[in-house]
Design a binder for this molecule. Structure first.
Ligand SMILES: Nc1ncnc2c1ncn2[C@@H]1O[C@H](COP(=O)(O)OP(=O)(O)O)[C@@H](O)[C@H]1O
Ligand SMILES: [Mg+2]
Length: 687
């Protein structure tokens, strides 16, 4: 890839949107004071392409005072197409990535990738042909990076090379050693387990013997228990029969008592019947006179109420009273006639004595006749009164007779009722007695056989049973324990059988891991790989060195040296021997400018190795070294070297804050910074 255009906005010191066009120049010196923002441009490119910066999170890169950062990069790819990447991130953490491609500058950009950040990232890495790590290792040299390999001591150089070639296997070696330790510990544990299981498994035989013995004893105990149980059952049967008989005897006793009671009740009822019979005899049915009395009474009543007597008596009284009243009138007239003779008491006319005497005679006659009449009536009245009295007396007598007869009738009925009740009671009592007698007879017939509990010691039998049960269960427990023991021994046997091959596999695995640990140690595989790549490294370094030194220098990598013992044996090393002007000298003996070329050549050689391995050619070279310590010899050497490399790269950018270095380049990107942020100015010298 070749960088063509960079636009930065809100990225570190690049606050205002700034576009830097690199398309017209192939060798550019980026110049500016420390902190002016040079490295930030390169960081911006890496962030845009990979979303990562060399240090600090992306948020830290948002310019102070900005709420987002954005870097757009345009690249020319190896196949001639152009790629445009724009990454944006806001302070609130939102990110976006736009990846576009076009075949020709006249065409419109077309999005590639699936629009997602992950998809865009994959598209970029495919287009660029390198991961961030590969890019940094091959074409992006930062401070101190160029001289790291060449300036390392001979003893450390292999290690540095291994790191630069990503051949650092210390991690693998450490992991393998740790794994081996863990496996060893597990193996030891498993071996202890195996020994334990094997020891346990040896008990199988003896446990089986014990089991057989115990089984026999259990069988005996079972028999003893069964016997005791049978005895206990027999006793229980006897007890049940006894209980049944006792219950029957109790029922018999109750029945007999009831019968006695009902007999007494029947006797009592019999006596009651006799009493009632006596009372009934004493109250016979009254005679048949009653109708006669009733007839007589009716006749008497008829007589009594016949008008003749009563009416007559009333008439007699009224006649007598009337006659008496007439007598009284006559007596009064007589008295008046005898005392008041000269005047008529009625007409107050004077009466003559004759008249008066005549009147007296007439009055007395009348009075006498009336008296006779009264005598007659009185006689008849007395006769009728006598008759009335006779009738009344007869009636009273009949009433008395009738009342006596009614009382006798009542007594007779009561006695008959009492007799009926007594007969009923007697019948009931007899019935109950008969029933009870029948039931008792039935019960007597049902008498159960009386058990013979004689000779049983129930408590002893119970004790025997308990003892037999205890013995039996203790044998059962022992048997269970032995079975468990046997199972455990057999289980241990199985575990041991299973563990042995596993253990074998684990031992083999441990061996393999130990082998990996040994192989990964610096002196083994990495060394061999390095040995194998050294000729290629020498070749590629010499390719660049030849260009930079115009064919005057060549490098030889010395990989071993003789031991000081003088016995002719060797130890590994990695020394740089440089052939120059007809003689060979170690790297250390060269000047600063010469070393600079050697450093760059070695670094480019390593980069070329990596690029070849990844299949990605290096087309842009970025050297962010600063070059602050170079003397004039060094500056000249650098310029010579870079100019010599110019044909091999499409774009070379070197960063420096030394104006003298910059002045030597035909194109300079001058970076300056003020309060508002960084600015860039491209200065091209007319050819
Ligand atoms: N988020 C930021 N906002 C503003 N300035 C920043 C931010 N991050 C880094 N800087 C400043 O930008 C400068 C980084 O410059 P740098 O590109 O490394 O300089 P040089 O030109 O020496 O390579 C430093 O002064 C650093 O403090
Ligand atoms: Mg810098």
């Amino acid at each position: 890839m070749r960088l063509q255009q960079i636009t930065l906005e809100g990225f570190g010191p690049w606050r205002a949107p700034t576009t830097i066009d690199l398309s017209g120049n192939d060798l550019i010196a980026m110049v500016g004071f420390n902190g002016s923002g040079k490295s930030s441009i390169l960081d911006g490119v890496l962030w845009s392409l990979y979303g990562q910066v060399r240090a600090g999170g992306a948020n830290g890169w948002i310019s102070v005072g900005s709420d987002m950062c954005r870097v757009q990069v345009q690249l020319q790819l190896a196949d001639g197409t152009q790629l445009q990447v724009e990454r944006l991130r806001t302070a609130s953490g939102k990110s976006s990535l736009m990846v576009q491609q076009r075949d020709h500058p006249d065409q419109d950009w077309a999005q590639i990738g699936d629009g997602s950040i992950g998809g865009g990232q994959t598209a970029i890495e495919q287009a660029v042909g390198a991961s961030l790590e590969l890019l940094l290792a091959t074409s992006w040299l930062s401070q101190g990076d160029a001289a790291r390999f060449s300036q390392a001591s001979a003893a450390q150089r292999r290690q540095v090379l291994a790191e630069m070639l990503s051949l650092d296997w210390t991690g693998l070696a450490t992991a393998a050693r740790q794994k081996a330790q863990a496996l060893t510990a597990a193996l030891e544990r498993q071996e202890i387990n195996l020994a334990h299981w094997e020891a346990q498994a040896t008990q199988t035989g003896s446990t089986q013997q014990q089991l057989a013995t115990e089984q026999q004893q259990l069988t005996q105990a079972e028999q003893a228990m069964e016997q005791a149980q049978q005895q206990a059952v027999a006793v229980q049967d006897v007890q049940a029969a006894q209980t049944q008989w006792d219950r029957w005897a109790q029922s018999m006793q109750n029945g007999t008592a009831a019968l006695t009671k009902y007999q007494a009740r029947a006797d009592q009822a019999q006596a009651g019947l006799q009493t009632a019979q006596r009372q009934a005899a004493a109250a016979p049915l009254p005679d048949e006179q009653r109708d006669k009395y009733l007839g007589r009474r009716s006749r008497h009543v008829t007589v009594h109420t016949t008008p003749s007597i009563e009416t007559r008596l009333t008439e007699w009284a009224a006649h007598i009273a009337g006659a008496r009243a007439r007598q009284a009138d006559l007596d009064e007239r007589l008295g008046a006639l005898r005392t008041l003779s000269e005047q008529c008491p009625l007409c107050l006319q004077g009466l003559s004595p004759d008249l008066c005497a005549k009147l007296v005679t007439e009055t007395e006659t009348e009075r006498h006749q009336i008296q006779t009449q009264i005598e007659f009536w009185r006689h008849r009245q007395t006769q009728d009164q006598h008759r009335s009295t006779v009738v009344h007396n007869g009636l009273d007598q009949i009433e008395t007779e009738l009342r006596a007869q009614a009382q006798a009738q009542h007594r007779h009925e009561l006695a008959q009722a009492a007799l009926g009740t007594a007969q009923q009671e007697l019948a009931n009592a007899e019935q109950v007695k008969d029933d009870t007698t029948q039931r008792l007879e039935l019960l007597r017939q049902q008498e159960p056989s009386k058990p013979d509990a004689h000779g049983f010691d129930l408590q002893q039998i119970q004790r025997n049973l308990t003892n037999a049960q205890q013995t039996h269960s203790s044998h059962l427990v022992a048997l269970g324990r032995l079975q468990q023991q046997l199972e455990a021994a057999q289980h241990a046997q199985r575990q041991a059988d299973q563990a042995r091959p596993e253990l074998q596999t684990a031992r083999q695995r441990l061996e393999a891991v130990r082998l990996v640990a040994r192989a990964a140690s610096p002196s083994e595989v990495p060394t061999r790989i390095i040995e194998s790549v050294l000729p290629a490294l020498e070749d590629r370094t010499n390719f660049w060195l030849d260009k930079m030194s115009n064919g005057t220098m060549s490098l030889q990598l010395i990989t071993e040296r003789a031991r000081s013992t003088g016995k002719g044996d060797t130890i590994p090393t990695l020394e740089l021997m440089v052939a120059y002007q007809g003689s060979e000298r170690p790297y250390a003996t060269f000047s600063g400018g010469e070393k600079l070329k050697l450093d760059l050549a070695c670094r480019l050689g390593i980069g070329a190795l990596l690029a070849a391995r990844a299949g990605a050619p290096i087309r842009t070279l970025i050297i962010d070294e600063g070059w602050g310590a170079l003397d004039q010899d060094g500056i000249n050497a650098l310029i010579e070297a870079l100019q010599a490399l110019q044909d091999s790269f499409e774009l070379i950018i070197t960063v420096t804050h030394v104006p003298a270095v910059a002045a030597a380049f035909p194109a300079r990107l001058e970076i300056s910074r003020d309060g508002a942020g960084s600015t860039a100015q491209l200065i091209e010298e007319a050819a």
